[in-house]
Design a protein. Structure first.
Length: 339
């Protein structure tokens, strides 16, 4: 696809007609399904690709390359969300489905995550778009300029993806043909504030607990990794204010949110991009999208699904081989490049 073109509008419109499975009703049930109902996740072990960063840290991307893949065939670079890794069940399921269709998939670990544990001194955050830039360049070097590259981000990494696309603008590598961002918290301050609502406090505690355990594991492997504050943070805002911000070069959480949000970068995106969210996402308010979506540039298309929660999208009646509706939409957008 060319700069300033669009993904097929009819396909994007289909995203707005998602139907939740009758046995998985409501945003909270859909959201919990993403975390706890992992489904079939068998995949051939990927090859670990080390990606050097300018500050001396490194990332690891797992390269799932199907037999028969050759330069010129499609490639997908996927990123996980907060507290996750390349072992995220969505990433593994999609890699398996796409490998069966001849698509090469890279599952990127953000700094210090998954197979990259021990290779970073600093933690990842929602604004480290330079890390994604390094990963994109590394994938292009491995696969060649002729392979159409799709980028995918979910939740925190969806914000990171949109920030990267906007910052690069028309300097984006020609190999990057399209992008998909799902449930992006593109206004970080507003999204984190939403977690403070009573019904969302379990999510808040879950994220903080997962992050603390992730960092403890890092420190055990690498004592010079950014140390945790004491007493330990109890909310995501407190975690960002006392840990993410200072170790990311920000004065405080407010500065981190303001400088790392994709909000002001989305209008600068030039590559065809679809942003998918749901009306019942309990973490990222749909009002953010309704307020800002109409002003986004032509290459950016917004699809608001009538259900799906935060990264759930367990559906029925769509004609897909299984109920993982989001998996199949990712498969579709990437395999369009096979035609």
């Amino acid at each position: 696809m060319a700069i300033d073109s669009q993904i097929d509008p009819q396909w994007v419109d289909r995203l707005t007609r998602f139907r939740p499975a009758w046995w998985m009703p409501g945003g909270h049930a859909q959201t919990l399904s993403a975390a706890f109902w992992k489904g079939h996740t068998a995949v051939e072990a990927g090859v670990a690709c080390k990606i050097a960063l300018p500050d001396g840290d490194s990332l690891i991307a797992m390269d799932d390359c199907p037999r028969g893949w050759k330069a010129g065939d499609p490639v997908l670079l996927m990123m996980h969300g907060l507290g996750g890794s390349s072992q995220n069940s969505l990433l593994i399921r999609v890699a398996l489905k796409l490998n069966q269709r001849g698509v090469r998939v890279f599952r990127l670990n953000l700094r210090g995550c998954g197979a990259g544990a021990g290779l970073a001194r600093l933690p990842y955050n929602a604004g480290r778009s330079g890390d994604l830039k390094a990963a994109v360049n590394a994938v292009i070097d491995l696969c060649g300029l002729s392979s159409p590259l799709t980028l995918f981000g979910m939740s925190l990494s969806a914000n990171l993806l949109l920030k990267y696309l906007g910052e690069e603008g028309d300097r984006i590598p020609a190999s990057v043909v399209q992008a998909m961002a799902v449930n992006p918290p593109f206004d970080l301050a507003r999204s984190v504030a939403t977690l403070e609502r009573i019904l969302n406090k379990p999510y808040d505690r879950h994220f903080v607990g997962a992050l603390i355990e992730q960092i403890k594991a890092q420190i055990a492997m690498r004592p010079d990794f950014a140390a945790l504050p004491h007493p330990l943070p109890r909310t995501l805002y407190e975690f960002d204010d006392r840990y993410t911000a200072p170790h990311g070069g920000f004065a405080d959480a407010a500065a981190y949110y303001q400088q790392s949000s994709a909000l002001t970068r989305i209008p600068l995106i030039r590559v065809p991009t679809v942003i998918l969210t749901s009306v019942d996402d309990p973490m990222v308010p749909v009002e953010m999208f309704r307020e800002h979506g109409p002003s986004w540039p032509q290459p950016v298309q917004l699809a608001i699904a009538p259900g799906g929660g935060h990264l759930g999208y367990v559906g029925s009646g769509h004609g897909d081989p299984d109920s993982r509706w989001l998996d199949w939409r990712i498969v579709e957008i990437v395999t369009q490049q096979l035609r």
